[in-house]
Design a protein around this ligand. Structure first.
Ligand code: AP5
Length: 223
């Protein structure tokens, strides 16, 4: 239990660990602003911006987008009013950033090092199964799974009714590349954030995982 309130929160975990799913639940409970770099890059790609087009060439082969691109993207985004408490202090839930030590250094240089890192622990075979069956909504960002979270109407998003898609990087060969990138480039963050990291067993039913993550947030003063 800590005495200070955590308002700079980061979700870390392998691809498919459930970061997006947990983030949506935490946002609903605590009113945090959810900053998903994956969603930001996909939106930029769909809009055909220079950054989005460049990012897609890395994402489609399961590689990380270069640090300088990501740091610029997040540095600009965290300045927005929706990432601040009324007193001006930072308040956000980062999902997918930082993903490398240089990205963590950049966050620290801006005085935005996290006061809580929630690590979702899920074994490799489970994440491969989750990603192969994931279906996402390009319109509202809703996430479904053909087996674990099937839509009420086949192929349609429960939240907005748009047609669900199979993400281009959710093919098994690309998933393996993403897992390798996570091991090589992202897992060193666990040591970097040792003093503020809280592990949550992500290999449980979604509502159980969310309950555990919310309990961790509450224990760190998030209301
Ligand atoms: P990003 O979109 O962040 O992908 P990711 O980290 O690989 O994570 P995912 O979105 O695949 O999974 P998730 O953990 O959010 O799981 P979800 O909740 O959807 O990034 C994509 C790419 O962008 C990267 O590969 C990279 O190229 C680039 N990129 C992004 N940020 C970058 C950065 N900082 N630096 C460089 N490059 C960057 O759940 C997965 C599925 O499982 C769903 O179908 C869901 O319904 C289901 N599910 C969720 N929880 C459970 C549960 N408890 N039990 C059963 N099923 C569950």
């Amino acid at each position: 239990m800590t005495t200070s309130v955590a308002h700079k929160i980061i979700l870390v975990g392998p691809p498919g660990a459930g970061k997006g799913t947990v983030a949506k639940g935490l946002v609903d409970r605590f009113g945090l602003t959810h900053l998903s770099t994956g969603d930001m890059l996909r939106a930029a790609g769909a809009a055909g911006t220079e950054v989005g087009t460049l990012a897609k060439t890395f994402m489609d082969r399961g590689a990380l987008v270069p640090d300088e691109v990501m740091v610029k993207l997040i540095s600009e985004r965290v300045q927005a009013n929706d990432c601040r408490n009324p007193d001006g202090s930072p308040r956000f839930l980062l999902d997918g950033f930082p993903r490398t030590l240089p990205q963590a250094d950049a966050l620290a240089a801006e005085g935005l090092s996290p006061d809580l890192v929630i690590f979702l622990d899920v074994p490799t075979d489970a994440v491969v199964r989750r990603l192969c069956g994931r279906r996402t909504c390009p319109a509202c960002g809703g996430v479904h799974h053909v087996e674990f979270a099937p839509p009420l109407k086949d192929g349609m998003c429960d939240r907005c009714g748009a047609a669900l898609v199979h993400r281009s990087d959710d093919q098994e060969a690309t998933i393996r590349q993403r897992l390798a990138a996570f091991e090589a480039q992202t897992s060193p963050l666990v040591q970097r954030y040792g003093s503020v990291i809280a592990r949550v067993d992500g290999n449980q039913a979604p509502e159980v995982v969310l309950k555990a993550a919310a309990a961790v947030a509450r224990a760190h003063g998030v209301t």
